[in-house]
Write a protein that binds this ligand. Structure first.
Ligand SMILES: Cc1ncc(COP(=O)(O)O)c(C=O)c1O
Length: 401
């Protein structure tokens, strides 16, 4: 008889992927769905990166690579940090994994376990709490407010720290809110952490190249000289280079942690895909990537402006303008307690399922990110879809009684 382990039973399916699946079901029946649920660029991987993959395949780069990634890619990632942020590190500080989610999993597996606490500001990316729980450690959720731009304050952090705190997880630009902490805000947080505990920082910077207007990404490890020894930086190719399906993420951290993660990875997956690593090397080093990234960023910025302008016109919706990533996280709680097509809506989950069923607009409930009263809209979709989908949302909300 097959029994499901308590570990597997305790893990929730990824809510964003589940929402995407439901929309696909409707689409398969021929229904036109306005899908704002998925967390990936809608652009295809730029041609010069695909060409590099083809060259790699044809030249025999089809074998296992070292568990933690090829020497060339590790060096390229280390160089990128030096060039981009002035963060001096070497290939020995870098581990390549099968996507940034895998990097986070391995970093958590190598640093925390039963009895440990991990502080996570909410709203947070769906996977954080489950990934922490899988190690046996406990997530400690810190609720942030819309009025403070969904950013954790040093006082909130201080209140969450206990003698069991081992790790603080940060994510700027943030999924789902699009918030980007300023350098000064991050300095205040890390100073609080350092003065109140000996906990480490896991900084998920996967959306670092997608910021808009004056907002700038900050590489947390560069904030203070002593942070090198206690900061784990996570990022990857998925969002910056539209390479979600290639599964390349990385960790930049002190050598002992990289070695520990390398050991885990060697038993777990042997190595990341050789072809994807060769493609990622070109993504990081080619000047053509700078151009394709700039084009993608400009289009996201235009869509953000469009989505926020249209959302502003909808009664009972409060939508803070995001500074990064490709999400708007907006408040719909004013519509709770109403009935739509005879169906009462009381929380973000039944708001989203009723909206999808009745108006074929797909949003992700705030509850999936640890917060009620809000929904997440991804604007990684065409402007026509944004215009038509938000017009439908407006009409549907107007039908509530
Ligand atoms: C905040 C955040 N971190 C990490 C990831 C994982 O990225 P990858 O596709 O490289 O595993 C995502 C993907 O949605 C994300 O939103």
């Amino acid at each position: 008889m097959i029994r499901i382990s308590s570990l597997a039973s305790s893990v929730q399916p990824s809510a964003t992927l589940a929402a995407g699946a439901k929309a696909r079901e409707l689409k398969a029946k021929g229904v036109q769905v306005f899908d704002f649920s998925l967390g990936e660029p809608d652009f295809d991987t730029p041609k010069h990166i695909c060409d590099a993959a083809e060259r790699a395949m044809r030249s025999g780069q089809t074998h296992y690579t070292p568990a933690g990634g090829t020497a060339e890619l590790r060096k390229a990632v280390a160089n990128w940090y030096g060039k981009t942020y002035g963060h001096q590190c070497g290939p020995e500080n870098v581990l390549i994994s099968n996507g940034a989610k895998h990097s986070i999993h391995n970093a958590l597996a190598a640093t925390v376990g039963p009895g440990d606490e991990v502080v996570i500001p909410t709203p947070y990316w769906v996977s954080y709490s489950d990934l922490v729980r899988m190690t046996g450690a406990a997530p400690v959720l810190v609720e942030t407010e819309m009025v403070s731009g969904f950013k954790m304050t040093p006082d909130q952090l201080k209140a969450a720290i206990t003698p069991k705190t081992r790790l603080l997880m940060l994510n700027s630009p943030c999924n789902p809110t699009g918030s980007v902490y300023t350098r000064a805000e991050l300095e205040a947080l890390v100073d609080t952490l350092v003065s109140e505990s000996d906990a480490a920082i896991l900084s998920d910077e996967i959306y670092e190249q997608l910021t808009f207007g004056d907002a700038k990404p900050t590489c947390v490890v560069t904030l203070r000289p002593g942070l090198k020894d206690r900061t784990i930086t996570i990022s990857g190719a998925s969002k910056s280079y539209a390479m979600t399906g290639w599964r390349i993420g990385w960790t930049v951290a002190p050598v002992p942690l990289i070695k520990a993660m390398d050991n885990i990875q060697s038993q777990e997956t042997s190595c990341p895909s050789s072809v994807s690593q060769a493609a990622c090397l070109v993504a990081l080093e080619s000047p053509e990537s700078v151009k394709s990234l700039a084009e993608m960023r400009a289009e996201f910025a235009a869509r953000r402006d469009l989505a926020c302008r249209l959302l502003k016109e909808i009664p009972g919706v409060q939508a803070p303008v995001p500074d990064g990533a490709f999400y708007v996280f907006f408040r719909v709680a004013d519509h709770f307690g109403k009935s739509f097509g005879g169906k009462p809506v009381t929380d973000s989950l039944n708001f989203c399922t009723t909206l999808l069923e009745q108006a074929h607009v797909n949003l992700v409930p705030g509850s999936a990110f640890g917060v009620e009263g809000f929904v997440r809209m991804s604007f990684a979709t065409g402007r026509d879809v944004i215009e038509s989908g938000l017009a439908r949302l407006k009409d549907w909300l107007g039908s509530g009684k």
